[in-house]
Write a protein that binds this ligand. Structure first.
Ligand code: AMP
Length: 285
């Protein structure tokens, strides 16, 4: 339990001052970017940061530029009081909670052209998404001057996009990717799970089941990518998803789809259950 009050910062100027003070003490800065509606998945990143770094900054910012006009920006859950309580309990030092106009002031027109790995999968389903993600993450890394930034494997492709951006643009920040945190029955924790009805939540379990069954199939010797992907798609349909965006086996580093399984590979699924779009993945080593 933290003893000091969590400090809330809402503008970039105040953040700059805080960062300057931290740097005077030569303390290392860990940073956890989030969109809020925090759960144990987010908190696992906070704990990793608290373990590795002297000071931890969490951002809560529902980034408008990564949502397409037809997506759920307005409906995105924002239980801010609860989020702050959770972060206080974890002993987080600072929360950065800017308004969109603070991150994108009038006249701001520069953006990141995301790396090639952004074009597949999520990039096909959500063509403008990763440009928004890469731009806001680059801005936040610059604003926080963090030594280490923590991301979840839950958003597998996002973590790759960030890693490639950091490499390609010679950023000094170290990127840590932490394991997926799941509910007791295997459902990957997500801020969007609150949208699921009880029946939909039961159907949503088929994402995890599909990944597990497919990993077992591969462990038993299946190497044909087309057979594997057909199985994944069929398993999701039988599990009751409304619509599948993708259900694939891909090279774990490039996300190139695999006709013959070679390792490391990753199984990735994105599907709608009711109106809620869910993603999950499993690395095959
Ligand atoms: P979000 O608030 O959805 O933008 O997520 C913020 C960070 O938390 C991202 O790096 C996500 O990958 C990570 N995250 C979200 N859900 C989980 C989870 N179930 N396990 C681990 N990390 C997660």
């Amino acid at each position: 339990m933290a003893t000091t009050e969590i400090q809330i910062i809402q503008n970039v100027e105040a953040l700059n001052q805080t960062i300057w003070q931290i740097q005077q003490k030569q303390a290392s800065i860990g940073f956890v970017p989030t969109m809020g509606a925090l759960h144990e998945g987010h908190l696992s990143l906070v704990r990793a940061s608290r373990q590795q770094c002297d000071v931890t900054i969490v951002s809560i910012f529902v980034n408008p530029t990564q949502f397409a006009p037809n997506e759920d920006l307005d409906q995105y859950p924002r239980p801010i009081e609860n989020d702050l309580q959770l972060l206080q309990k974890e002993g987080v030092d600072w929360v950065f909670m800017p308004e969109p106009s603070e991150v994108y002031p009038q006249g701001c027109s520069t953006s990141v052209n995301p790396p090639a790995v952004a074009q597949r999968l999520e990039g096909e389903s959500r063509p403008t998404h990763f440009a928004g993600v890469a731009t806001v993450v680059l801005k936040l890394l610059n604003m926080t001057q963090c030594d280490v930034a923590f991301f979840g494997q839950k958003d597998y492709q996002q973590a790759l996009v960030i890693q490639h951006m950091v490499r390609d643009l010679n950023l000094a920040t170290k990127i840590e990717v932490c394991p997926i945190v799941r509910d007791h029955d295997g459902l990957a924790l997500s801020s969007r799970n609150v949208f699921l009805t009880a029946d939909e939540r039961a159907s949503a379990l088929c994402l995890f089941r599909t990944l597990n069954e497919t990993a077992a199939m591969i462990a038993e010797g299946e190497t044909d990518g087309r057979v594997i992907m057909a199985h994944m798609t069929q398993s999701l349909i039988e599990g009751g998803v409304t619509e599948t965006d993708y259900a694939v086996i891909a090279d774990a580093r490039t996300l190139e789809l695999l006709e013959d399984v070679r390792r490391p590979a990753v199984l990735l699924v994105a599907a709608k259950v009711g109106d809620t779009r869910l993603i999950d993945n499993c690395v095959i080593t």
